[in-house]
Design a protein around this ligand. Structure first.
Ligand code: NAG
Ligand code: NAG
Length: 439
């Protein structure tokens, strides 16, 4: 059977592994992550440590998870089903609701699912194990080379592996991308931030840790900072403190933390961040949620300049390595899941594992690049609205934002991105090529 080597065991890498293994490929996933000694190389199932915060998946991503038989398991995890998001001033005043309901889809996909990243990762990992995907850790890619018929990857421990195809799903700082397209600019640093998780409903002294809205963003127009806060199921909550560029002094202290390692000194970090959020006049419940976090992970936020081509020969990029985008629009993962669906469908429609990969990869670029770029552009625009830092600009931006949300709610614009069934893109592209789909 043709072999696929995937670099990166994140959400997109592992979803891609499930999808391609299902098509009949023999898939191996390699990740540089170092996990404790008892999890040995090549083991078929492993749990990554708890890391990161929460994330939302809209219908476009849920449709993909459903086809990979992952959605039921996702919905067994603690989660919240969301109809939209509330935008507030830093002090909690002036709430504006933006609907993200997917109107024209079956009930199962109408509301976004919001859950912990680590829970989602574990669901997909488990499916990898059940599907026979081989998983290798402590494997850092050093280089690769390709011929007309195969790709060979060399790891930093000296091991080499050979396969038919190589998929780079190794994130926004992708090494696969760096080697494949050395001329392309690096991801640009945007701002620093912190992800936190806490127990929703927990009593701490006189206070109860509680969020007022299922999903909200408190925007500080004066400093250009923002706090996202989300409930996850009945007893979990997560927040994301994003620092403005004016906090670069603070954020640059994070630069070593692109591995998303939780802060070692939790009480100290929690107290410092709680003070900061309090300075922004945040409501007391938000300050408490920060102060009493169970885990805090410093992060850096980057933006990848639009990449004009996502494959060369037998090597292809997917997820953030192809289109890492700012989180402001909340569609990065959804776009990665669309990559997974499109690549698997193209192989399926064009002859299965022995399909002509040149045609598959050419259509993959043709279908995915314009759409991902459009979403990345929107995210860039949304960031420039969110991270404003003058009082006047804030007022103007807020008025514009309200108008845009009102329009989006009335015209149901969310459906264009969030409620999109990416299978239709494949059908359309194949029809344009006069390729008849037998179904
Ligand atoms: C994204 O923005 C860039 C620069 O503004 C523009 O050249 C490009 O056409 C846009 N792409 C899409 C798909 O909107
Ligand atoms: C981004 O904003 C510019 C102007 O502010 C606008 O022309 C462009 O269409 C916007 N792009 C997207 C993708 O929303």
């Amino acid at each position: 059977m043709p072999k696929v080597i995937i670099i990166g065991a994140g959400l997109v890498g592992t979803s891609m592994a499930v999808a391609l293994q299902k098509q009949g490929f023999e898939v191996s996933v390699y990740d540089k992550i170092e996990v404790s000694a008892e999890v040995s190389k090549g083991k078929r199932y492993l749990e990554f440590g708890e890391t990161g915060g929460s994330l939302g998946i809209q219908a476009n991503g849920m449709l993909v998870l459903d086809r990979l038989e992952l959605l039921d398991k996702v919905l067994e995890q603690p989660h919240t089903l969301l109809e939209g998001m509330t935008f507030l001033n830093a002090d909690g005043s002036d709430p504006v609701f933006r609907s993200t309901i997917s109107n024209n889809l079956p009930d199962r996909f109408k509301k976004d699912v919001h859950l912990m990243r680590s829970h989602l990762q574990n669901v997909i990992m488990r499916k990898c194990g059940e599907s026979g995907v081989r998983m290798f850790i402590n494997m850092k890619l050093e280089s690769f080379s390709q011929t007309d018929s195969e790709v060979t990857v060399k790891f930093s421990d000296g091991t080499t592996v050979t396969g038919d195809y190589l998929v780079g799903a190794d994130g926004i700082h992708s090494n696969v991308r760096r080697i494949l397209f050395p001329e392309h600019p690096k991801a640009e640093y945007f701002c620093g931030g912190y992800l936190g998780v806490f127990q929703h409903g927990k009593k701490v002294g006189d206070a109860t840790l509680q969020l007022k809205y299922p999903l909200s963003i408190y925007m500080n127009g004066l400093t250009g900072s923002a706090v996202f806060a989300a409930r996850v199921g009945d007893s979990l909550g997560a927040w994301n403190v994003l620092l403005a560029k004016s906090h670069d002094g603070d954020a640059s202290a994070n630069a070593a933390n692109d591995d998303w390692r939780p802060a070692a000194n939790l009480p100290q970090e929690a107290a410092r961040l709680a003070d900061l959020v309090k300075e922004w006049q945040s409501p007391p419940n938000l300050v408490d949620a920060v102060l009493h976090a169970d885990r805090i992970t410093p992060i850096n936020v980057y933006d990848l300049p639009n990449l004009p081509k996502w494959h060369k020969g037998r090597v292809l990029l997917a997820g953030d390595s192809a289109h890492g985008m700012l989180p402001s629009f909340g569609h990065g993962l959804g776009q990665g899941l669309e990559d997974v669906s499109v690549l698997a469908d193209l192989f399926a429609e064009l002859g299965g594992v022995y399909a002509d990969h040149r045609k598959v990869f050419e259509l993959y670029d043709k279908i995915r690049i314009p759409r991902a770029h459009s979403v990345a552009n929107t995210s860039r625009n949304a960031s420039s609205t969110t991270f404003t830092n003058s009082k006047l600009r804030e007022k103007v931006m807020r008025t514009m934002m309200k108008f845009a949300f009102w329009l989006s709610n009335v015209l149901k614009l969310n459906d264009v991105v969030g409620a999109h069934d990416v299978r239709l893109d494949v059908k359309k592209a194949l029809a344009a090529e006069n390729i008849i789909i037998a179904k």
